[in-house]
Design a protein around this ligand. Structure first.
Ligand code: FES
Ligand SMILES: [Fe+2]
Length: 273
């Protein structure tokens, strides 16, 4: 496990919730910890992916009667991670130590969030999620050969648009970026009124000057609002594009989840990458 108390005591997106099916455990890796995710009904579980018997990955097992069963010798773990059955010794009660490591897991905004520690803060708010004016589009996960902070830095960086996203998000003839305000509050860091010329800001094929507002709400969770007008538009305005990105990481390797919400009918194909 990565030894970073800030990241350990934070919530991380580890999966797109609809991908986690009933009866189908899923293996994920968060901060160098191997995890098994599984669900029964509305409840989602995140455990260390390790059977206490011979170390088999529990993610290779199966879900039956609200229990996760190891594929090797059938040790059966209840929802609390306690082994309740040794098939080879059916009359022997498993000891309390036959219990796998259980982490907190929640489903929110169609994502599975997991923490390896005890966060003092809740999952960050996503105010546009419940606004019917916004379409919701699931994107990712994308695999970065980079650390989580480096991936966030890239997400916040508009100056690479003319070079890396030429023709879509930027134009080398207009590389300049204006001075802009950055504000730090207990809710995070906000940078606003960042004006960028884009040849195709919303996938319609028409160039326009757009304005970005970025918010970094947690070290590895950020979002932006992009407005096609000069006015700052947070929600309900016309042609507003809103996106948010979260990352679950390990050393030098990051998975990013980037859903987009938009009041526009078209969205540029590589926004947020
Ligand atoms: S290794 Fe899991 S039951 Fe034996
Ligand atoms: Fe990019």
């Amino acid at each position: 496990m990565l030894n970073d108390p800030v990241l350990l005591n934070d919530w991380h997106v580890v999966a797109y919730a609809p991908d986690l099916k009933e009866r189908k455990p899923m293996a994920v890796r968060l901060l160098e910890e191997e995890l098994v995710l599984w669900r029964n009904g509305k409840r989602i579980h995140a455990w260390r992916d390790l059977c206490l018997h011979r170390g088999t990955r529990l993610s290779l097992g199966k879900v039956e009667n609200d229990c996760l069963i190891c594929p090797y010798h059938g040790w059966t773990y209840n929802e609390e991670g306690q082994c309740i059955r040794f098939p080879a010794h059916p009359n022997q009660k498993p000891p309390a130590t036959a219990r796998t490591k259980v982490y907190q897991a929640r489903e929110q905004y169609n994502w599975v969030w997991v923490t390896l520690g005890n966060p003092s803060q809740d999952i960050p708010p996503f105010p546009q999620w419940d606004d019917p004016a916004f379409h919701k589009i699931h994107c990712g996960p994308y695999d970065f050969q980079a650390s989580g902070p480096r991936a966030v830095e890239n997400f916040l960086d508009v100056t690479h648009f003319p070079f890396v996203h030429q023709g879509l998000l930027g134009d080398p003839a207009y590389p300049e970026v204006n001075d802009y305000e950055v504000e730090t509050t207990p809710e995070g860091v906000t940078a606003q009124d960042i004006s960028v010329w884009q040849p195709d800001p919303d996938g319609s094929g028409e160039g326009a000057r757009v304005t970005y507002t970025y918010k970094v709400v947690r070290p590895l969770t950020a979002y932006f609002v992009k407005s096609k007008s000069q006015k700052r538009a947070i929600s309900g305005g016309s042609r507003v594009i809103f996106a948010r990105s979260s990352y679950s990481s390990e050393a030098g390797q990051t998975m990013t989840f980037t859903p987009r919400t938009s009041t526009a009918s078209l969205i540029s194909s590589n926004e947020g990458t």
